[in-house]
Design a protein around this ligand. Structure first.
Ligand SMILES: C[S@@+](CC[C@H](N)C(=O)[O-])C[C@H]1O[C@@H](n2cnc3c(N)ncnc32)[C@H](O)[C@@H]1O
Length: 259
């Protein structure tokens, strides 16, 4: 019975992940990203600037949740000799190659794709690739949807710093997202903010400032990512017009083994 069902279950999961990756990616994400690249230009250029200031000594990158790399600057990827990309979305390798294949070929970067849960499997990935630096590419803020529970996601995300101790790593992730005022926020793009040091405790004044800057309306989601970086990590807070009237605040940071 089990062996008869297993291939069907595998295909069911494949299809689910190809369609939406549990609400975190898949075809849904690819079509939305393709249609939104123009509106995201300013956000992409800030991510580009952030990553280009990060120069890890390792020439091996573990790229986690990179999807097709819609928001990834090619020049940063080109600095690596080897990239191991992990994503649950079966469409990610084909689309990533379409978007970045040519420039990676030009830089001689060898990219290997793996279809796997990179968060649940992180301890083993770190052991398999002891010299690599790690980039969580807008994936950690999706955990609360994947786990279906904010508290479980926050507990899991809070373990990452310990698992990653001694490694060089960074993350771009959602902090908050929600609807914005239809009249104003579509026309203006607030500036990126810098945060001198992260704290595990919520900073209510800062949260209010972030919401006001985007003319937040209605109910906003907290992506439970406050616990990701070790306290004191300097980060950049980046506004992102995910949809014309539905914005996100992203956070980007990089942690060195000595942090
Ligand atoms: C918002 S998209 C990130 C997009 C990517 N940064 C880009 O530039 O296109 C989130 C990605 O994370 C992947 N993902 C979500 N949870 C994952 C997990 N636990 N392990 C591996 N990939 C995951 C999804 O399949 C999706 O491709």
């Amino acid at each position: 019975m089990t062996s008869e069902r297993a291939p069907g279950q595998r295909w069911g999961r494949w299809l689910q992940d190809a369609a939406s990756a549990g609400g975190t990616g898949g075809l849904n994400w690819h079509l939305h990203a393709l249609a939104s690249l123009k509106r995201w230009e300013e956000t992409l250029s800030v991510i580009d600037g952030f990553l280009n200031r990060v120069s890890p000594p390792s020439d091996h990158l573990l790229l986690l949740g990179g999807s097709a790399g819609w928001m990834m600057p090619p020049a940063w990827l080109q600095r690596f000799r080897q990239i191991d990309a992990y994503d649950i979305d079966p469409l990610a390798p084909w689309l990533f190659k379409l978007r970045h294949g040519k420039s990676l070929k030009a830089s001689g970067t060898d990219i290997r794709f793996h279809r796997a849960d990179a968060i649940a499997g992180l301890p083993s990935l770190l052991k398999q690739h002891p010299q690599a630096c790690i980039w969580f590419d807008n994936v950690l803020g999706q955990q609360r949807y994947r786990m279906g529970d904010e508290e479980v996601a926050e507990r899991q995300l809070g373990q990452l710093q310990r698992l990653l101790r001694g490694r060089e790593w960074g993350s771009l992730h959602d902090m908050y997202s929600g609807p914005t005022d239809a009249q104003t926020s579509a026309q203006r793009h607030p500036k990126t903010l810098t945060r001198a040091g992260t704290t595990l405790e919520p900073d209510e004044a800062q949260t209010q400032q972030l919401l006001q800057l985007l003319d937040a309306q209605g109910i906003w989601q907290d992506h439970a990512t406050r616990v990701v970086f070790p306290p004191g990590t300097a980060t950049q807070l980046i506004p992102w017009a995910f949809r014309p009237h539905y914005w996100h605040w992203l956070e980007a940071g990089w942690v060195k083994p000595s942090n």
